[in-house]
Design a protein around this ligand. Sequence first.
Ligand code: AMP
Ligand code: MG
Length: 423
Amino acid sequence: MAQLTDDCFAFDGPLMPLEAMERLISERVSPVDGTETVAVAEGRDRVMAADIVAPVDLPHFDNSAVDGYAVRHADLAPSGDTVLKIAGRVMAGQKAIPKLGAGEAIRIFTGARMPDGADTVFMQEDTREENGAVILPAGLKRGANRRLRGEDIPAGSVAIPAGRILDAQNLTLASALGITGLKVRRRIRVAIFSTGDEIVEPGLRLSGAQVFDANRTLLRNMLEQTGCEVTDLGVLRDDPAILKIALADAARDCDVVLTSGGVSTGDADYVRSAVEAAGSLVFWRIAIKPGRPVAMGVLPGADGNNAAFIGLPGNPVAVFVTFARVVRPLLMRLSGATTRPLFYLPVVSAFDYRKKSGRREYVRVSLKPGANGGYEAFKHPQDGAGVITSLTETDGLIELPDDVTKITAGDQVGFLSYASLVS
Ligand code: AMP
Ligand code: MG
């Protein structure tokens, strides 16, 4: 984070467009250095620190993809049945492989090594056995049902590139190649706080004007889904001196300090000034709804490095949206992950909507199958940024581009499922 510097977005200037923020992250934030080796069983959601080069061909040998009969294609009649004598049998795992002579077939099972001379395998369902011979129909292509050595991946080529986030599929490939240890980047360490005089730990008794802390649960879970190590530092009061000390302390042993609440323009919103006192502010306010008053800054961290600071708004829906669209890209960049672009599902809006130009807007919707095979998006009736059931009772978000001002029922819009936003 060392290169992040102040700019005009930090104060009461224009709102920072989401694209500008993404550019700032990719240009000025670099991945953390540390790596470690983990077992494949511990590898899920970790980020590869180096390429894995296939140490062997996969598959390691030519083998049959089906249970059936291995033959030479040259022995088959171009039309009508072919009858071949069954000259042997080969099972998966069998080392001694019978040879295939001219005019012969070998009984073979899925995964068994192909006999020398055989180039094609008939599925047993397509054949008939009679008196030690097999009757084969015409028309099968040369090479059918044969798996070639190295066809999945040849030895020496990159199987899993550096930067890839390890999921079940990639871990499966590592195991199939016989790999047991994976060199991954260290996890990103994130400290979280809630702020607000009214915020109370769930389980305690609420008095008059207090609310239970929802945001730390939201942040912890989204951070863990993003592969981070979370330090939960509790709730801070709306007190500038306490905030400043707590932010400075947290920054000393983590990569990112994340807060919610206290970044807007109310009289008790001290987070922004606390960041300026403890470090420096990079920008404040993003052109996004919900979630506009996001603050990003830097705080002096461990070993002369800087920790990144992100102050999210207080309302839980705003926390959710800004985590997905602001915090997560920063974490991905720090983690060294190569991210895929977001996949937008084209759906048909079932509602009319108006918005201001110059900001990206996210609408909580439920999907239902539409008339022509696609999906229709229905807006949740409550759009308040504090309405948590608007997140639990919907399927995802419609993203409305910065320059759009109006959506009419029947328009095509881009849908982002909740799952696609956090994994
Ligand atoms: P603020 O940005 O601090 O003005 O907070 C905006 C709204 O979010 C207020 O209604 C707060 O009570 C609410 N809020 C702030 N922090 C939390 C939290 N951790 N959990 C639930 N609601 C919160
Ligand atoms: Mg507050």
